[in-house]
Ligand binder design. Structure first.
Ligand code: HEC
Length: 157
């Protein structure tokens, strides 16, 4: 029993110690999504989907839950966000060339069709982020019609 107590104490100390290691937050105010919105022009219902279900991971601004203040949850969230941004950061829309933009839209269709996004773990904590069939149709429809923008015309910029 003594050993158990010692271990519990050690774990508690460790837990306190890791609280000092805070990942940098992904927080940006202002117009970081303007070029994405202006160029791809999502209708209001699709905009809402992005706000409720995607931007926390795929933009330069995350609305953090309170439990993000607790390590190691904060580390876990931070890694998810970084991984997500590598694949798709809608705040960096300008940094993608035509082919990449088209590819991004195709990927969006794929992940929505396969119900891979938003991530399941995210829906557990954000029940509103789950998409209805109608919402999935709406975002895919928008992506299909917007993709055409990047299929025509001369060389990629
Ligand atoms: C909780 C964070 C999170 C949310 C919310 C989220 N994603 Fe992701 N997304 C990720 C991560 C992490 C990846 C990297 C691939 C992986 O680990 O599955 C990813 C990858 C992607 C990819 C690239 C897939 C590929 O195969 O290259 C697309 C496209 C995507 N997400 C679209 C979306 C859309 C659209 C939404 C909203 C409906 C969304 N995601 C919501 C975390 C998230």
């Amino acid at each position: 029993m003594k050993v158990m107590k010692k271990i519990a104490k050690l774990l508690l100390l460790l837990f306190i110690a890791i609280q000092f290691f805070r990942p940098e937050k992904n927080i940006n105010q202002g117009n970081h999504l303007a070029s994405f919105i202006n160029e791809t022009n999502p209708p209001e219902n699709v905009k809402i989907i992005f706000i409720n279900s995607c931007y926390d991971c795929h933009s330069n601004n995350t609305e953090y839950p309170w439990y993000n203040n607790i390590a190691p949850v904060s580390w876990w969230l931070s890694n998810h966000i970084k991984d997500a941004q590598v694949d798709l950061n809608l705040s960096d829309w300008d940094s993608y060339d035509k082919m990449q933009k088209k590819h991004n839209l195709e990927e969006i269709i794929e992940v929505i069709e396969a119900r891979e996004m938003p991530l399941k773990q995210y829906i557990w904590f954000h029940p509103d982020a789950g998409l209805t069939g109608e919402q999935r149709e709406a975002i895919m429809e928008w992506a299909r019609s917007t993709k055409v923008l990047y299929e025509l015309g001369p060389l990629p910029r």
